[in-house]
Design a binder for this molecule. Structure first.
Ligand SMILES: *[C@@H]1O[C@H](CO)[C@@H](O)[C@H](O)[C@H]1NC(C)=O
Ligand SMILES: *[C@@H]1O[C@H](CO)[C@@H](O)[C@H](O)[C@H]1NC(C)=O
Ligand SMILES: *[C@@H]1O[C@H](CO)[C@@H](O)[C@H](O)[C@H]1NC(C)=O
Length: 630
């Protein structure tokens, strides 16, 4: 576990400018209002030491740039008037009152016309051999682009560069369809329907029909883009081909305003980023929206949604309204090190934070930034220390497989029940419980590893947010119902990678059968206590599956690919808030030992090295050796 953190730290150190060179990034924005939010991001990237080049048409439309980055212009044949006219026509169609479906058809025609006009600029780019040559010779590392006009995407393919999308979404659900996120028509209303997620049978039929038209709609809309890409890339290209290899999707919305659906881990929600430079909304505009509402158009609906998002984000910001009242139930020891940074920030931003700590505790440094409430416990520090020492000692004994697994399991159960004694003491302290109940908290933030905060949140009937690395038994993926196909996702205690032979897959399947059993053993005491406290039978799944948000302290790039739920937020590297350069020797030695031990079996070095280390005595032996040598 520690080593995984270590790896994350290494990679983050490498990614940070100053310690290594920043990257060289080509930015292909979309003109107009879309640039307003992208430009904030581009400025930040440049500020952090990346070399940023922004590609802009010579004649362009609301493309204010600054000195913070280099701007490269390319020649275009259109005049500003032509662009203006196309957009005015587009707006005019939205203001015409026509009956359904004539309004939709008229809008579609206007969309295609506006699109084709603006896409003319992209065709001009691909006519400018000079610009293309310059871009090819600049040695960019990646492309950051708003793909609505598709020009950046085609360019990235042409230059064979990885690309990152920064966008609101495609009209035809392509941003969910291309990364293969399920969008069941029975639950996810389509953009041009007026439905919610609660649909009657006929609304579902309507929804299904609209979803059939979606691709057709987009193919029409992007007709010119598809023609150009087929010419440029010299092969037949579909819309999905163009966008499905995006490395990261930065999506300018917040999942809480959307319908629930699994997403891919490379889809990052940055809703509210448009509000970097927030001004209070003029109240009158908000009210007048209601006049429009209903008279026409989905576009209005979209605007209304955005408007709502603005309002809610303004409300959430401290200063403009009151911050929330948060109960933090941390895990003792090293887990607290990363959580305390977050807790300090929350308090700094105006939330009223109360941290609940056992009277006798274990590496729980706190500061003045938040209130600390202590609850009485019966154990001494020595008892805690001893159980942890025993746990470490068992990890360092060299025993053959599967005895080593059993010994470690035994040690884990013992450690858990010792530390969980503190939670039992909490629930014996009527005074503390009464105080907590009367404090009127809005939510609980907890590291669920020892489960105490989770049980407390259920007891107080409060929503809870997890801040964690993961459960040993895949519960952090199983509880939110994220698929973990046994043929592709190696289990924690296997020595496999995601490329398994038939027998390795069988082994993986057997391990997964043991997983729940393993966790039920470790959390036996926790389950007993929760059943007592909540006065009903409670399973592990019942305890954790109603988490409002899962803040996960790892980065998806070091993990195996799998869909996740949108309330799972990856914050890998947050442990490195206060970074120091790593001592190089420890790291090299560890890798050398491992390469020696397990040569050839590693497909994905970072992930599987840490996997190997996590799973073996041998691995842990090598770390200690590494440290000794280092
Ligand atoms: C970019 O330049 C390299 C050589 O410098 C060349 O091999 C490659 O074909 C060029 N690519 C494009 C898209 O022009
Ligand atoms: C596990 O621990 C119990 C008591 O702590 C002990 O009796 C048992 O032998 C241990 N099992 C293994 C496999 O170490
Ligand atoms: C919390 O207090 C309220 C009344 O103030 C009471 O109804 C509720 O049962 C208490 N909850 C717990 C878990 O003690």
């Amino acid at each position: 576990m520690a080593l995984r953190h270590c790896w994350a730290c290494i990679s983050i150190l490498l990614l940070l400018p100053g310690l290594s060179d920043g990257g060289k990034l080509l930015v292909v924005p979309m003109v107009g209002s879309h640039w307003l939010s992208l430009k904030e991001v581009v400025e930040k990237l440049s500020e952090r030491g990346h070399e940023v080049v922004v590609l802009v048409p010579e004649v362009s439309w609301h493309m204010e740039t600054t000195q913070a980055y280099k701007v490269v212009t390319h020649p275009v044949s259109q005049t500003l008037e032509e662009l203006d006219n196309a957009f005015q026509e587009y707006v005019a169609v939205h203001l015409m009152q026509k009956a359904f479906p004539l309004n939709v058809l008229a809008m579609y025609k206007a969309y295609v016309h506006t699109y084709n006009t603006f896409f003319g600029q992209c065709k001009d780019l691909f006519r400018s051999q000079e610009t293309l040559k310059f871009l090819n010779q600049s040695g960019f590392d990646a492309v950051l682009t708003d793909p609505i006009f598709m020009c950046g995407t085609i360019l990235a393919h042409h230059l064979s560069l990885p690309f990152v999308f920064f966008m609101r979404g495609f009209g035809c659900n392509l941003h969910f369809a291309a990364p293969q996120c399920p969008s069941p028509p029975s639950y996810i209303p389509r953009l041009f329907s007026f439905n919610s997620d609660d649909m009657t049978f006929f609304q579902r039929v309507e929804n299904a029909l609209i979803s059939l038209l979606e691709l057709q709609y987009c193919n029409g809309f992007y007709g010119e883009a598809l023609k150009l890409s087929s010419e440029v890339l010299q092969k037949d290209v579909s819309l999905t081909d163009l966008v499905n290899s995006a490395a990261i999707w930065l999506l300018r919305f917040d999942f809480v305003f959307e319908y629930v659906r699994p997403v891919m881990p490379n889809m990052v929600f940055v809703g509210g980023i448009n509000c970097a430079k927030g001004k209070p909304l003029p109240k009158v505009t908000t009210c007048r929206r209601n006049l429009f509402h209903g008279s026409y158009s989905n576009h209005n609906n979209m605007a209304l949604r955005l408007c709502w998002a603005w309002i809610s984000i303004l409300l959430l910001l401290p200063g403009l309204s009151d911050g929330g009242k948060l109960l933090v139930v941390p895990m003792v020891g090293s887990h607290w090190l990363s959580m305390k940074e977050v807790v300090e920030k929350l308090s700094e931003r105006g939330h009223e934070v109360v941290v609940l700590v056992p009277e006798v505790s274990w590496h729980m440094e706190t500061t003045q930034a938040y209130k600390v409430v202590k609850h009485p416990v019966s154990q001494t520090l020595e008892e805690l220390d001893n159980s942890f020492k025993e746990y470490v000692a068992r990890h360092l004994t060299e025993k053959p497989y599967p005895i080593n697994g059993l010994v470690m399991y035994n040690a884990s159960v013992h450690l858990f029940s010792t530390f969980f004694g503190q939670c039992k003491d909490l629930f014996r302290s009527q005074e503390t419980l009464k105080f907590l109940n009367q404090s009127g908290f809005d939510a609980v933030l907890t590291d669920p590893f020892f489960m105490c905060g989770t049980i407390l949140a259920h007891h107080l009937s409060l929503p809870f947010v997890f801040f964690m690395r993961g459960f040993g038994c895949n519960l952090h993926f199983a509880a939110p119902q994220c698929p973990s196909p046994l043929s592709y996702i190696p289990r924690l205690f296997s020595f496999n990678s995601d490329r398994m032979t038939f027998f390795q897959r069988v082994e993986n399947a057997l391990i997964s059968l043991l997983e729940l059993h393993y966790c039920n053993g470790i959390y036996r005491e926790a389950l007993k206590l929760s059943s007592e406290v909540l006065q009903k039978d409670v399973s592990l799944m019942d305890l954790v599956n109603s988490a409002a948000i899962w803040i996960l302290r790892f980065d998806f790039v070091f993990e195996y690919v799998r869909p996740v739920m949108p309330n799972m937020v990856f914050v890998g590297g947050i442990n490195c808030a206060k970074e120091k350069p790593l001592p190089k020797i420890v790291y090299l030695q560890t890798v050398k030992n491992l390469r020696g031990n397990q040569a050839g079996s590693c497909q994905q070095p970072p992930t599987c090295i840490s996997q190997m280390l996590l799973s073996t005595n041998k691995g842990l032996g090598s770390i200690t050796q590494g440290f000794r040598h280092g």
